[in-house]
Design a protein around this ligand. Structure first.
Ligand code: ZN
Length: 274
């Protein structure tokens, strides 16, 4: 199939707050609308976290269900739920939304420091999540914050817990993960299994923008959104998730790339019913 650029929008995340950017969508309605706006701007995957009534990150099944129903009523965007959750959550908490059988879910491929905190993902934990995803027919996005995470994913592939087509989320510049630079991105890509798909995820204003160009240069996919970066440019806050998607679309088109729609994602990643 002809290569098109898949754009994921990570619209809320677990760490970003309204203090960081007042335009952050938090309620199920707000998230639904922001997802729809991102979709209309050119995003074909929604990376979904939800918040409780106090605006704090939650993996509560009911909130996920309500939010996913609103998103699906509004548009045809492919939903990728997080199983990373937030710092300090147990694995049982984190994997709750898998019961809703989303088309894609993120699968963290290793433990990382996260600022002064850490996110724990031991090999048995990763195996467990991968096994559940396989049972439900959910395509994992293999989130790697470090080279060793890619090596860990190879162990799971060898064990038959992850099957092709593989989709990696290469997270660069998270506080504790590998830094963003073009050389590092290129090196990580070289270590992926053959014919893998990958999305470059740059955390913070500069890395997020550079990752758009990195993805285009190396033939990967793009992720933008207020989870990863709250700025549009240095010192200027983004007005919305859609604004960040619009720029990614504009840049990709400048390079002559075509933007993928959800059907392309479903076919390429061999999601359920395809
Ligand atoms: Zn996330």
């Amino acid at each position: 199939m002809m290569y098109k650029i898949v754009i994921t929008c990570a619209i809320t995340g677990a760490e970003t707050t309204r203090k960081d950017n007042a335009n952050l969508p938090i309620t199920p309605e707000e998230i639904g609308q922001a997802a729809c706006d991102a979709y209309n701007a050119g995003a074909s995957i929604l990376h979904l976290h939800v918040r409780d009534k106090d605006g704090l990150p939650t993996q509560d099944l009911k909130v996920f269900k309500e939010t996913m129903e609103i998103v699906r009523r509004k548009c045809d965007i492919v939903i990728e739920v997080t199983t990373g959750g937030a710092v300090g959550m147990t694995l049982e908490e984190r994997i709750q939304p898998l019961q809703l059988e989303p088309e894609i879910a993120s699968l963290d491929c290793g433990t990382i420091n996260f600022g002064d905190d850490y996110i724990l993902n031991t090999l048995p934990m990763i195996r467990k999540v991968a096994g559940i995803m396989q049972d439900y027919g959910i395509r994992p996005t293999l989130e790697c914050f470090d080279l060793s995470h890619i090596d860990t994913s190879l162990v799971l592939i060898k064990e038959g817990l992850i099957k092709a087509p593989f989709h990696y989320g290469l997270v660069l510049n998270a506080p504790g993960g590998v830094r963003y630079d073009t050389e590092t991105l290129g090196f990580l890509i070289k270590r992926l299994p053959e014919n893998s798909f990958w999305t470059a995820i740059g955390i913070g204003g500069k890395a997020s923008l550079m990752a758009i160009y990195g993805a285009i240069s190396f033939g990967g996919f793009i992720r933008v959104g207020l989870e990863d970066n709250v700025y549009y440019s240095k010192g200027v806050l983004a007005e919305s998730n859609a604004q960040l998607v619009e720029r990614a679309v504009r840049v990709a088109k400048e390079f002559g790339c075509e933007i993928a729609g959800p059907d392309y994602v479903r076919k390429t990643f061999k999601l359920k019913d395809y």
